[in-house]
Structure formats: structure tokens, C-alpha cells
Write a protein that binds this ligand. Structure first.
Ligand code: SF4
Length: 319
């Protein structure tokens, strides 16, 4: 298991914070001299109507998640919850549950059971509050010809009235939660890292949106949000995690976190629950009695692009 990254190369992130912070400071000074309308304009310029100045500044000068004290985390959580209330009119909870001792999550997928219906994709979008206006989906279900495992020939965007189609099989791909994640190494500001339970997460407030991690990921598992995720208030999942499905700013890279807001509370990821064929198996790799261990010990499993040495904690098998 990789250790948490150090902070030797924070310069870029700190510089970004300074630039953003100076911008906010200029807005605040302008507001002081310009009265209420200037204050409103300053808030609007920061992308949140009527956001209190203290919240705006607190957000902009926020530290990296791993560097915050517990009080600073509480303040950041409160800011996110207040912002969501203003934006959606809904009360959300932003959890900060840490990784559990003795737990490393793993995933397996039975490709002989997958029929390509994409119920997992729908459930993932609903669970993770991904933008409805964008076409962002953390899970891609690839359609391939029988006998062909060349992913370069896979159809990522197949449209079919009915599935499975004759002569085809389906290979869902999402974040593989690699044990040797190239995306983490690529990030110049250490906005993304691997947690002790094996889940690679992103501090969405620290990410500068450079997309180096996207280029480094061989599984198409990271997704840049060109727009702030838009979710109808009535569809908002209000049960969130700071490192998971909480509201994100635009211009950052999002990803699957094995539904961290669920899995750290002993629940299954939304995609596992939604799969109508039971093709998806998720659990604790360190528990010898878990279903995932049963699969690994009793099935012939394989991983995608094993030759790259990324060591995915996501296995495929067929009955
Ligand atoms: S886009 Fe990816 S590589 Fe760039 S800062 Fe964000 S997490 Fe790091």
C-alpha cells in the first residue's frame, strides 16, 4: 500500500491559493470602500450569490484537506453545508469518516453476468451528485465483440434498444483504485492521494484542474468537470463525504471513490446495489470471509492492463 504523499512540492498549490486569495482580498477591500453593491458584486465574482465574505475568504484560504486541523475541517464542512443550503435549499451532511483499521477495499466484476444495461451508471450518477447537464459518468460500460479483449476497439458509447446484443459482451470500467496509482504521481500539487483503505481521493478544493492525472490514468477513470455540477434539488443526494460526493466546484477532476460515503459506513457502493444481475462484488480484501476474498481465491481472475504495473484492486472474472 502506498503511503500518503509528502508535501515537498506544494509550491504550485500555495501559489494558486495566494492568487485566489489576493483576488478575494481585492474584492473585500473594494467592498469595504464601495458599500453593499460592491460586496454583492465581489461575492458574485466568486461564483456564489450572497455568499458571506467570511465564507468566501475561508474557502479560498482553506488548507489542503490533509493539512487541516480538526477545527479547520469542521469549518470547511460547515461552509460546504451552508453553500449547499443556499444553492439547493437543502440540508446536506458532509461526512469526514476516516478509513477503518484493517480494511482495504477491493472490487470484482463477473463479465459473464454483465448484460450492458448500465443500471450501475445511472445509480452512480444519482449517488455521486454528478452534473446532470454534463454527460459525466464515472463508470463506462464498454461493448466488445466476443473473443476480442482489445480495449482500443471497444465501443464506449454504444446505443442499443436491447442488450445484450448478439455477438457482443460488456466490460464496465471505472476507477481501479490502483495500488500503484499513476494519477497520484502525476498530480503536481498533491491534490489527489491514496487513503489507507486503498481509495484514491481528490481534495476538490485543492485541485487546480490541470488534468495531468487524466492523462496519466490508463483506465479513463478521471473526468474533468467543465461546469459546476448541476443537480436538481429534489434529486440531490444529501448524504455526502468531504472526499466523495459532496458538491464540487467546476474546473476540477472528479472520480469514483468506491462510494466512500457509503463504504466507510459498511454499505455497498451504489453500483453494486443497482446491478440487476449480481455481477458486482465488493468488500474488504483483508477479511478472509468476505465475498471479494472468495472470488479471488476461487475464480480465475484478471486485471486490465496488468503489464503497466498499476496493480488495480479491481478484478474481472467469468463463470
Ligand atoms: S487535475 Fe488532477 S493532476 Fe491536476 S491538480 Fe487536479 S487532481 Fe492534480
Amino acid at each position: 500500500m502506498a503511503e500518503h504523499p509528502g508535501f515537498g512540492s506544494r509550491t504550485f498549490g500555495v501559489t494558486r491559493r495566494l492568487v485566489l486569495g489576493l483576488g478575494a482580498l481585492v474584492g473585500a477591500v473594494a467592498a469595504l470602500f464601495g458599500g453593499r453593491s460592491a460586496l454583492a458584486q465581489a461575492a458574485k465574482a466568486a461564483g456564489a450569490d450572497a455568499e458571506p465574505l467570511s465564507d468566501m475568504l475561508g474557502r479560498l484560504f482553506q488548507k489542503h484537506y490533509q493539512r487541516m486541523s480538526s477545527d479547520e475541517v469542521k469549518e470547511a464542512v460547515a461552509r460546504i453545508e451552508r453553500r449547499a443550503k443556499r444553492q439547493y435549499g437543502e440540508d446536506i451532511t458532509v461526512g469526514t469518516e476516516p478509513a477503518l483499521d484493517g480494511v482495504v477495499f477491493g472490487y470484482a466484476l463477473n463479465i459473464s453476468k454483465c448484460k450492458g444495461v448500465r443500471k450501475c451508471v445511472e445509480a452512480c450518477v444519482a449517488e455521486n451528485n454528478t452534473g446532470r447537464d454534463s454527460s459525466m459518468q464515472y463508470i463506462r460500460v464498454l461493448e466488445l465483440d466476443h473473443g476480442d479483449m482489445n480495449l482500443n476497439r471497444a465501443d464506449h458509447y454504444y446505443e442499443a434498444e436491447t442488450v445484450p446484443r448478439p455477438g457482443k459482451f460488456y466490460l464496465p470500467v471505472q476507477c481501479m483504485q490502483c495500488d500503484n496509482p499513476p494519477c497520484v504521481k502525476a498530480c503536481p500539487v498533491e491534490a489527489t492521494w491514496q487513503e489507507p483503505d486503498g481509495i484514491t481521493v481528490v481534495d476538490y478544493d485543492w485541485c487546480i484542474g490541470c488534468r495531468y492525472c487524466m492523462a496519466a490514468c490508463p483506465y479513463w477513470a478521471r473526468h474533468f468537470n467543465w461546469n459546476e455540477p448541476t443537480v436538481p434539488a429534489e434529486a440531490l443526494n444529501t448524504d455526502t463525504h468531504f472526499l466523495g460526493n459532496r458538491p464540487r466546484p467546476r474546473g476540477v477532476v472528479e472520480k469514483c471513490t468506491f462510494c466512500i460515503q457509503r463504504s466507510r459506513k459498511g454499505r455497498q457502493p451504489a453500483c453494486v446495489e443497482a446491478c440487476p444481475t449480481g455481477a458486482r462484488i465488493f468488500g474488504n480484501l483483508l477479511d478472509p470471509n468476505s465475498d471479494i476474498r472468495y472470488v479471488l481465491e476461487n475464480k480465475t481472475v484478471f486485471r486490465l492492463k496488468e503489464d503497466l504495473g498499476t496493480e488495480p484492486k479491481f478484478w474481472y472474472f467469468a463463470d
